[in-house]
Design a protein around this ligand. Structure first.
Ligand SMILES: Nc1ncnc2c1ncn2[C@@H]1O[C@H](COP(=O)(O)OP(=O)(O)OP(=O)(O)O)[C@@H](O)[C@H]1O
Ligand SMILES: [Mg+2]
Length: 325
């Protein structure tokens, strides 16, 4: 990765960080993150709860200061260029600061008025369009304190959409939405991307990232443990697994272990007659079958299966992910 001078903002990266770090007291919440988000991508920022996604996003948006490291957003150093960069960035971060006693519409008008690049003449139209785009027109006159979580989330999105943006930074935008709302928000994100907007979207839902994103970065314990295109990611995780179906589970496990294959502990917990493990470089499938049969294991099925994206994430983060049906 090359560093570019700050007076040359039109780089091909919408977001670029080097060693970005945030410490809270003795805890390092974000630890030396080098993330590269290509322009025009939909970049899924994935990681379990507490892995540092929101903290990273807050630093990118200049809401908190980094303890060390650098961040460039749309080619400009943050937070130094906050005033010139932020008008081009729409953001939705955890707990948007809406006034509970104003209606949704009034809240948006207030945010729009606070943006010195927005014209008062076209404000009403802008607010109405944004409300319509997130499906909140019917609740425009309702006070924000009476909004459900999903409605607040939509209002936050509407706020991010008031102006045309080059970059949208969305922190868990489908949090609290029902399935219909989730589908709508995903469709919205796709439509922004189709308009050429770069979208940086955090999620702890693997399936969501798979459906939406062109690129993915995986956070674990404050570190960025992997990043790249979704396709690269799939390929890098495409290690074959051996799957043996047999009633002789114990002896099958013993043979596989003797061949250097670590068998999957989850099989032992299930009552299926299946043993799986990663195919090693040292043994061919034929040799494995021969060894099993030679040891008297009744092999009723033998298959090589690709590793799923979910298994890859679990390997990277050491944690399970919520999986949406
Ligand atoms: N203001 C703060 N003061 C102290 N610790 C904080 C603060 N903000 C975040 N942390 C800690 O930093 C770590 C990362 O938190 P962060 O909110 O960035 O995680 P996340 O990946 O967004 O998680 P989630 O999926 O739950 O939203 C957590 O351990 C959290 O407790
Ligand atoms: Mg978060």
């Amino acid at each position: 990765m090359t560093t570019r001078p700050a007076d040359h903002p039109e780089t091909e990266l919408a977001i670029e960080t080097h060693g970005l770090t945030k410490r809270f007291g003795t805890q390092t919440a974000v630890d030396g993150v080098d993330v590269a988000v290509p322009r025009g991508s939909v970049f899924g920022f994935l990681g379990p709860n507490g892995s540092g996604k929101t903290t990273t996003i807050r630093m990118l948006l200049g809401l908190i200061r980094a303890s060390s490291g650098q961040a460039q957003v749309l080619g400009e150093a943050m937070p130094r260029s906050l005033d010139t960069v932020m008008p081009r960035v729409g953001a939705l971060v955890e707990g948007p600061a809406f006034s509970p006693f104003l209606t949704g519409e009034q809240n948006l008008r207030r945010f729009d008025a606070a943006d010195r690049h927005s014209s008062g003449r076209t404000r009403a139209q802008r607010v109405a369009t944004a409300l319509d785009r997130v499906g909140l027109t019917h609740a425009a006159k309702k006070k924000a304190h009476a909004y459900s979580l999903g409605m607040k989330q939509r209002l936050g999105l509407a706020n991010a959409l008031l102006m045309p943006r080059d970059l949208l930074v969305l922190d868990e935008p489908t949090n609290g939405l029902d399935p219909q709302g989730t589908r709508e928000v995903r469709a919205l994100i796709r439509s922004f991307a189709a308009d050429g907007t770069t979208v940086f979207v955090s999620s702890h839902l693997l399936a969501e990232v798979e459906q939406l994103c062109t690129h993915v970065g995986v956070m674990s314990g404050g570190r960025l443990v992997a990043q790249g295109t979704l396709d690269d990611f799939r390929r890098s995780g495409a290690r074959a697994r051996v799957q043996v179906r047999t009633p002789d589970l114990e002896s099958a496990r013993g043979v596989l272990t003797s061949l250097g294959i670590r068998t999957d502990a989850r099989d032992a917990a299930s009552d299926r007659e299946v043993v799986t493990g990663l195919l090693p470089d040292t043994a061919s499938p034929e040799a494995i079958v021969a060894a099993l049969v030679g040891a008297g294991v009744r092999v009723r099925g033998f298959e090589l299966v690709g590793e799923s994206l979910e298994q890859r994430f679990v390997e990277l983060t050491g944690e399970g992910f919520d999986v949406v049906a």
